[in-house]
Write a protein of this length. Structure first.
Lengths: 84, 309
C-alpha cells in the first residue's frame, strides 16, 4: 500500500502552483526584456525625484555666448576688481 | 481567496480550482479575437514599433480583455447558470468562487493598464482602461439586462482592440482605426442575433432581453439583414484608405456580397422553415460571420505585406 495517495485535489493544486510560478517567471522576463529594449532605444529612464535635474531641462535653441567666469559679488575677487 | 499566510480550504462544494479554471475565467476564445484584431491594428499602423514592445503591447491588451471577461463572469454568474451555452463556465459550475473571479478581474485590469502604459504609451493604456470599464460596467452591469440593444452598444467594447493596437503604435486615432472599429461594431449585432435565433430558449430562460425575446424572430431577421447593409460600406471604405489596396478591396467585396446574401436568405425565411431544417441557414450565417471578420483582418495584414495603395 502506497504511503502517499495522491488525490485529484492535489493534482489541481499542483497545476495552480506550477501555473502561477510560470506566469510570474514570464512576467519577470517580460519586464526585463522591456527594460533592455527601452534603455537601448535611448528612452528617458530617469524619473522626476522632486529635485532640479539639468538633464530634464529643455534644450535652449539660442544659448548665450560662452563668457569667462566672473567673481561673485561680495567675494575678494570682486572687490579686487577682477573682470573678464 | 486564500491569503498568503492562511489557507482557507477548498470552496463550499469541496472543489479546489486548478490553473486551467482560472485561465477559463479569461474567456480564451474571445481573447484570441482581441489578440488578432489588436495585432493587426498595431502592425499595419504607419508608425513602426520594436517587435518585442509590440508583442508585449498585444499581450497586455489581451490581458485587459481577459480581465473584463473575468469581471463579466463574476457579475453574470446567475444568468450563466441558467443558459446551456454558459452553464459550464468556472463560476456557475462551482469550480471557481465568484469572489475569486472578481479579484482576478480587478487585479488583471490594473496590471494590464499599467503595463501597457509603461510598454507603449499612456493614451493606449487609458483607452484599454476605458474598454474594460465599457465592457464590465456599461455592457455587463447596465445594458445587458435592460435593453434589447445590449449587444449593439456593448459591441463597442469588442471593437476597440484594433484601435488600441493602432494607438500603441501611433499614440492617437486615425480614420483607418475608426473604420476598423466600425467593421467590428456593425458586425457584432448580426453575428450575435444569428446565434440568438437558434439559441432563443437560452436567453429566454435567463431573462436576457435579446431582440429575439423582446421583438420576435421576424424583427430579428429584419435587423440582421439591415446591419449587413450598413456594415458593407464601412468594410469597403477601409479598403480606400492608406491601409487598403486591391487585395483587401477584392476580399471585402466578395465577403460583403456573401454576407448580404446570407442576411437576405435569413430575412426571407419563415419560422416554420427554420424549425423544419433545424436553423440550417442561421447556423451557416453564424459560421460565415466568424470567417467574415477573420478574413477581413487577415486581408489587411496581407495587404500591408504586399504594400498598400
Amino acid at each position: 500500500m502506497a504511503l502517499h495517495v495522491e488525490h485529484e485535489l492535489h493534482r489541481r493544486r499542483r497545476s495552480r502552483n506550477v501555473g502561477l510560478a510560470l506566469v510570474l517567471a514570464a512576467f519577470v522576463a517580460l519586464v526585463f526584456g522591456l527594460s533592455v529594449v527601452k534603455i537601448t532605444q535611448g528612452d528617458m529612464m530617469e524619473g522626476y525625484d522632486h529635485r532640479p535635474q539639468a538633464s530634464r531641462l529643455p534644450v535652449d535653441p539660442n544659448p548665450p555666448a560662452a563668457t569667462a567666469p566672473r567673481a561673485a559679488p561680495g567675494t575678494p575677487g570682486a572687490e579686487a576688481g577682477i573682470k573678464p | 481567496m486564500a491569503g498568503i499566510n492562511a489557507y482557507d480550504g477548498p470552496a463550499e462544494n469541496g472543489f479546489e480550482a486548478g490553473f486551467g479554471d482560472y485561465v477559463a475565467l479569461l474567456k480564451p476564445r474571445v481573447m484570441s479575437l482581441v489578440v488578432f484584431t489588436a495585432f493587426v491594428g498595431l502592425w499595419i499602423a504607419p508608425v513602426g514599433m520594436n517587435p518585442f514592445v509590440a508583442f508585449c503591447a498585444v499581450l497586455f491588451i489581451a490581458l485587459g480583455g481577459g480581465a473584463s471577461g473575468a469581471l463579466n463572469m463574476w457579475y453574470d454568474a446567475d444568468i450563466d447558470a441558467v443558459m446551456k451555452r454558459t452553464a459550464g463556465r468556472p463560476v456557475p459550475s462551482g469550480r471557481v468562487p465568484a469572489g475569486d473571479a472578481l479579484a482576478v478581474g480587478l487585479a488583471l485590469s490594473g496590471l494590464s493598464v499599467m503595463m501597457l502604459g509603461l510598454a507603449a504609451n499612456w493614451f493606449a493604456a487609458g483607452f484599454l482602461a476605458f474598454t474594460i470599464f465599457f465592457y464590465a460596467v456599461v455592457y455587463t452591469i447596465w445594458l445587458k439586462r435592460s435593453t434589447p440593444q445590449n449587444i449593439v452598444i456593448g459591441g463597442a467594447a469588442g471593437a476597440f482592440p484594433p484601435m488600441i493596437g493602432w494607438a500603441c503604435a501611433t499614440g492617437g486615432i486615425g480614420i483607418e482605426s475608426l473604420l476598423m472599429f466600425a467593421l467590428i461594431f456593425f458586425w457584432t449585432p448580426p453575428h450575435f442575433w444569428a446565434l440568438a435565433l437558434f439559441m432563443k430558449e437560452d436567453y429566454h430562460k435567463a431573462g436576457v432581453p435579446m431582440l429575439t425575446v423582446t421583438h420576435g424572430r421576424a424583427a430579428t431577421r429584419r435587423h440582421i439583414f439591415g446591419y449587413t447593409l450598413v456594415l458593407a460600406p464601412f468594410a469597403i471604405w477601409l479598403g480606400l484608405t492608406s491601409v487598403g489596396g486591391w487585395f483587401y478591396l477584392s476580399v471585402a467585396l466578395v465577403l460583403n456580397a456573401l454576407f448580404i446574401l446570407g442576411g437576405w436568405r435569413i430575412l426571407r425565411r419563415t419560422e416554420e422553415q427554420a424549425v423544419a431544417d433545424h436553423y440550417k441557414t442561421e447556423r451557416k450565417f453564424f459560421r460565415l460571420s466568424l470567417y467574415y471578420l477573420f478574413l477581413h483582418f487577415l486581408a489587411l495584414l496581407v495587404q500591408h505585406w504586399i504594400g498598400a495603395w
